[in-house]
Design a protein around this ligand. Structure first.
Ligand code: HPA
Length: 246
């Protein structure tokens, strides 16, 4: 079973041959919504819309613990692929580009980043040197090659708190820190998956230039983001199809 978490613009997987929907209860509260079970090609898939079906849950209010638990423990997923839109910072990562990041810098705050907290719960530290699963990343890159889609292999994903976009100065700072793309949901998803020992990797779709860059020099156009996502999420879908052997 492979889990797909769909981000902004991907509230359903049109290529999923749906068998059922299920509301999964978790010890950590409600996930973002019901999960959809089905098949793509020869692969069993479970899909969850990160921001809810009506896109009503902002990044800082997503119940990441419930989502990852529901997929890994509730649905029994053996891998989780996140599809997420991001802003581009590095000069070759402009709108429409697909990226499989290999590193993360976490700027979020106030989110539950561990399953191991609470009275009498022993502290657990995980190794997070490589935040994404190497084998699942490889499978994503191979699937992209098979699909004939170009995907950039490796980037540093900065996770900001949102839901507002960044200032131009913040994007400059992120670049100085070594970040190449910026999104709002990569953490704590990745570290929670690691805690549950489920391989996790991401396909990021660059929706816009980061604030102050390129055509976002003076403002970020939401209409332009919509247009880019419409076109580029199709590429991400094709990569997922090939990942599933369709
Ligand atoms: N910043 C943060 N998250 C994003 C952006 C951005 O510019 N674009 C899409 N998600």
């Amino acid at each position: 079973m492979l889990a797909i978490i769909g981000g902004s613009g991907l509230t359903q997987l049109s290529n999923l041959d749906i068998s059922r929907r299920e509301v999964i209860r978790t010890p950590y509260g409600e996930p973002s919504g019901a999960v959809t079970f089905g098949r793509i090609g020869c692969q069993d898939v479970v899909f969850l819309a990160r921001h809810g079906h009506g896109h009503t849950i902002p990044p800082h209010l997503v119940n990441y613990r419930a989502n990852i638990w529901a997929l890994a423990r509730g649905a029994g997923a053996e891998g989780i692929v996140s599809v997420a839109s991001v802003g581009g910072i590095r000069s070759d990562l402009g709108p429409g580009v697909l990226v499989a990041p290999d590193q993360i810098i976490d700027y979020t705050w106030g989110r539950h980043t561990t399953y191991h907290e609470g009275p009498d719960v022993p502290v657990v530290h995980i190794d997070f040197t490589e935040p994404y699963d190497g084998a699942l990343r490889r499978r994503l890159l191979d699937a992209a090659a098979l699909a004939g889609e170009t995907i950039v292999d490796g980037a540093v994903y900065a996770t900001t708190q949102g839901p507002r976009l960044e200032t131009a100065a913040e994007i400059n700072r992120l670049e100085q820190d070594g970040a190449h793309i910026v999104g709002m949901t990569g953490m704590p998803e990745a570290c929670l998956a690691r805690e549950l020992e489920v391989p996790y990797a991401a396909i990021c779709v660059v929706a816009n230039w980061g604030a102050g860059r390129g055509d976002s020099a003076h403002a970020i156009s939401f209409a332009a983001i919509e247009e880019v996502l419409q076109q580029s999420l199709g590429k991400a879908r094709r990569v997922i199809e090939h990942l599933c052997g369709a």
